[in-house]
Design a protein around this ligand. Structure first.
Ligand SMILES: Cc1ncc(COP(=O)(O)O)c(C=O)c1O
Length: 345
């Protein structure tokens, strides 16, 4: 629930604040030194993540970015090529990490993040001395910069099969894979099956303050542990934050459906406002829309207590989450309606 006087913050689902019950779980967490593998709460969280994704194990890391970047580092050698969808987070939003930390080049394929098997086949470099060796394909589900769309499961399976037949690896940036699971009624384990490694975030729709899990096989995780240390992600009494993650997985997964229906309500309301164009019916918790005089629209909405973000020069993003309830969605629509009317005169 929103704190009194706090704006209606629709910039991202990362803005949620831990509530009383989650904080209590954090305060009571048993802890140890996790770099020695001795934090019982971290160990429990890792076991739970492995179980949910159907992998042999999992590693607790501070962020989704670190999780993806560890996976890229484990699966590649400097000079290799990685394939990902257009606007993939690993390319657009991770500060050039793949180049800086792993020395790889990323090629972006397909439309709006939705590459298919033909795109992958066409992009894999021939075995030629001139070409970078393609080692890894990264998919994103849900896909952030295409408006939270769910990656089609059959396409992921087809890509996975071909990739494995051809000696490549498949990584899932599943920052919002629980949203994908709730929206598609497929278990996370089902969604994760074609992938060699899977990253998911606790600090987005699940409402924990920090943390991501990198899940995969034993050999992969052995190397990932070393790379986590190299990247500065070895944490000590991390059970305090792992407890928030366990709480989130126990209590905040099914409720993601409420965020999805709030996004739908928001999209339907926005579509009725003058000059606004909703880009597509939201599949999960992200609404993309276009509005004339976008900068003024965002600034004036902000002045009136509604925060949204612009993701490029023409597109606004509004994300629903557990700290905006139905009433807040109604108020946000009212405010944005007033701003849109005042700008279109
Ligand atoms: C698809 C996707 N992957 C990875 C991340 C990175 O997560 P973090 O902010 O924890 O580094 C994000 C963050 O928004 C994301 O949307």
């Amino acid at each position: 629930m929103r704190e009194v006087g706090y704006p209606i913050d629709l910039r991202s689902d990362t803005v949620t604040r831990p509530g009383a019950a989650m904080r209590e779980a954090m305060a009571e967490a048993l802890v140890g030194d996790d770099v020695y593998g001795e934090d019982p709460t971290v160990n429990r969280l890792q076991e739970k993540a492995a179980e949910l994704t159907g992998k042999e194990g999992a590693l607790f890391v501070p962020s989704g970015t670190m999780s993806n970047q560890i996976a890229i580092r484990v699966w590649t050698q400097p000079g290799d090529a990685v394939l990902a969808g257009q606007n993939a987070h690993v390319f657009v939003d991770e500060a050039g990490g793949a180049a800086a930390l792993s020395g790889v080049q990323i090629s972006l394929l397909g439309q709006s993040g939705f590459l298919n098997l033909e795109d992958v086949k066409a992009a894999v470099a021939p075995d030629d001395v001139h070409s970078a060796r393609t080692r890894l394909v990264c998919l994103e589900n849900t896909h952030n910069r295409s408006g939270g769309r769910v990656f089609p499961k059959s396409e992921a399976e087809a890509i996975g099969e071909w990739v494995h037949e051809n000696g490549l690896k498949l990584h899932l940036d599943g920052a919002r894979v629980f949203n994908a699971s709730v929206a598609s009624a497929e278990s996370v384990e089902e969604i994760a099956r074609p992938f060699d490694s899977v990253s998911f975030c606790l600090s987005k729709g699940l409402g924990a303050p920090i943390g991501s899990l990198l899940c995969g096989g034993r050999d992969f995780l052995k190397q990932a542990l070393r790379i986590r240390k190299l990247f500065g992600g070895g944490m000590r009494q991390a059970g305090v934050i792992a407890a928030a993650g366990l709480y989130a997985l126990d209590h905040n997964v099914e409720r993601l459906a409420e965020d999805h229906s709030k996004a739908l309500r928001l999209a339907e309301g926005l579509a009725e406002l003058p000059g606004l164009e909703v880009l597509r019916r939201p599949e999960t918790n992200i609404v993309f829309f276009r509005v004339p005089r976008m900068d003024e629209f965002c600034a004036q909405s902000r002045e009136r207590g509604v925060l949204v973000s612009s993701i490029d020069e023409a597109t606004v993003r509004a994300v629903t989450h557990m700290d905006v309830d139905d009433r807040a969605i109604g108020s946000a629509l009212e405010v944005m309606g007033e701003v849109a009317s005042s700008l279109s005169v």
